[in-house]
Structure formats: structure tokens, C-alpha cells
Design a protein around this ligand. Structure first.
Ligand SMILES: [Zn+2]
Ligand SMILES: [Zn+2]
Length: 302
């Protein structure tokens, strides 16, 4: 339970040996959702042992190449590995045309169906089941761009380990218990849920915000988050460049975290012009102390 955010890539446009283009796996209730799919994402999925055929929904923030150039390759690999399950791809207008064209021109057909869902407005709910809701956030970039808000819907009750051991409750029965059900032992004795569980923690919230200029509208739309990923392409010394290119500085990202009462901020999408990453943390922490690098290969568990 909870939300796990695995960073596959947090670099900006120019990939290097150590920094990959944008991609993250957000796992909720054992379902992996892929957010952005820059070049090389499928290699990072393998490196991090993500079961790629378990991915059923992909969310693309915008159509700059560093956020989706890996998509055609990933679809092709899923086909080669024998996928027959449909896949749902959410992204701005134009994404379907680009991807379908690639397969059409070489008359290559996939063993599964791709469903494209166009994102055209912020706050639209893109995916919802009983465990999680994923909706679009308004970002301010040079082309239509959306962030993603991932909200856990159910707060599962917490198991009391001693009680679970006492009644020898098997693993497969625990799911119903954390959902609030009572338990009946093999010899027919009913154990009320309150003997087995404690009250849950509040449901978790995570937001992915890349790429964007500093945006008051985004601040208005963000709830208090457990974790915020916000791009920081530049440092304050290059504020003008950030404005021209509709990107943020580390201080901008920290200001968003501060103003929205986030618990923790992770930064990425650093421009390759900077040789030392630590300057981003130094700058952001002057505004918002709980700031960290979105390090490739790292998982943030909420
Ligand atoms: Zn980018
Ligand atoms: Zn961009």
C-alpha cells in the first residue's frame, strides 16, 4: 500500500551516461504507472527490474522529445515479448499521430491494441479505480504540457502484527482485513476487525511537475502533497534563461513546495550546463529544507 515513486530518468534534453531522460514508475496498489518515457526508458525499466508487461497506463506530459522519444521503442519491445493486453496512453494532442505514423509507414503491426487518450484540460481525471485517482495538472511551458497528480483513495487499516500471529492469519486473508473486514478462523470463531487493525494514516498524494515555468496557477491547484517532483532546469543566476525557455529554477521549485505545504521536494531535469548538482540543493534548501535530488534508480516510498 502507499505510493512508490521510482526514478528512471531525471535528466533534461541531452542524455549522458549518468543522466537519463525523464521517466518514472509510480506504483500504487501493485500497479506500475509509467510517467513520461524519454529515450532509453526501456533499458532503465530493465535495469530496475520493472515488469514491463504489467504497465497498462502511460502518461506523457508533453511532446518535447526528452519526455516521449522512448515510447515507440517500448511499444515495440512489448510486442516482441508477446504482449496481448491493451495499453492506454494518455498525452497531449498529436501524440497518437506521431506514434501511429511510425508503425504505419513500416507496415509493422503490434500484437496488442494501443488506446490513446488526449489530455486537453487540467484537472481532468485520467485514471481512477478503487485505490487511486490520477489527474492532469496545469503546467506553463512553451507547448501544451500537463503534470500529474496521483492520489491514493483508500487509506488501508494497519495490521496489528501480534494479533495476526496470534490467530495465524494467512497472507491471502490480510488484504480483506486491511480493507476493514472481520476475520473468521478455521474453527469458526469471528475476530472483529478492531482487534486486528489500527486506524490508517491519511491517503498519500504525489505530484509530477515537468516541464514548467514558475506558476501561481499550479500552486493554486496543488493540494498539500506527501511528495512533489518539480523540475529545476536552471539556477537563479540564469533566471532570465529560465523565463525565456519556460523552465524553473531550483528556488522556483522550492517556492512551489513551500507555498503548497508539501512534505518533501525532489528536483530533476537539471541543465547540462551545470557541472555540480549540489548547487541545486543548496539553492532550494534556502527556501524549502526538505529538498533532495531525484536520483536515477532511487525509490521514494510514501
Ligand atoms: Zn524536458
Ligand atoms: Zn519541455
Amino acid at each position: 500500500m502507499g505510493i512508490n515513486v521510482l526514478i528512471l530518468g531525471s535528466g533534461s534534453a541531452l542524455p549522458t551516461v549518468n543522466s537519463h531522460q525523464s521517466a518514472q514508475i509510480v506504483e500504487v496498489n501493485n500497479h506500475p504507472f509509467l510517467i513520461d518515457c524519454g529515450e532509453g526508458t526501456q533499458v532503465e525499466l530493465r535495469r530496475n527490474k520493472v515488469r514491463i508487461q504489467q504497465i497498462n497506463h502511460i502518461f506523457i506530459s508533453h511532446l518535447h522529445g526528452d519526455h516521449f522519444f522512448g515510447l515507440v521503442g517500448l511499444m515495440s519491445t512489448m510486442h516482441l515479448l508477446g504482449r496481448d493486453k491493451d495499453i492506454h496512453i494518455h498525452g497531449p494532442k498529436g501524440l497518437a499521430d506521431i506514434v501511429l505514423m511510425q508503425f504505419k509507414i513500416v507496415a509493422s503491426y503490434l500484437s496488442f491494441k494501443m488506446h490513446f487518450h488526449e489530455i486537453n484540460e487540467a484537472s481532468k481525471v485520467l485514471f481512477e479505480d478503487k485505490a487511486v485517482k490520477i489527474s492532469a495538472l496545469p503546467l506553463a511551458h512553451r507547448i501544451p504540457t500537463f503534470g500529474f497528480l496521483v492520489e491514493e483513495k483508500v487509506a488501508y487499516r494497519k495490521l496489528i502484527v501480534k494479533a495476526i500471529e496470534k490467530y495465524h492469519i494467512p497472507k491471502h486473508a490480510r488484504r480483506a482485513i486491511v480493507e476493514g473486514k472481520d476475520y473468521t478462523t478455521i474453527d469458526g470463531k469471528l475476530i472483529p476487525n478492531k482487534e486486528l487493525t489500527k486506524d490508517p494514516l491519511p491517503p498519500k498524494k504525489y505530484a509530477y511537475c515537468s516541464d514548467t515555468a514558475f506558476s501561481e496557477k499550479l500552486i493554486d491547484d496543488l493540494p498539500a502533497l506527501d511528495l512533489l517532483y518539480h523540475e529545476a532546469t536552471f539556477l537563479e543566476e540564469d533566471k532570465e534563461r529560465a523565463k525565456q525557455t519556460f523552465h524553473s529554477t531550483a528556488k522556483d521549485a522550492a517556492t512551489v513546495a513551500l507555498k503548497t505545504n508539501a512534505k518533501k521536494l525532489i528536483l530533476g531535469h537539471y541543465s547540462n550546463r551545470y557541472k555540480k548538482k549540489d548547487k541545486f540543493l543548496e539553492e532550494a534548501r534556502t527556501v524549502f529544507k526538505e529538498t533532495y535530488h531525484a536520483e536515477e534508480g532511487e525509490t521514494f516510498s510514501l
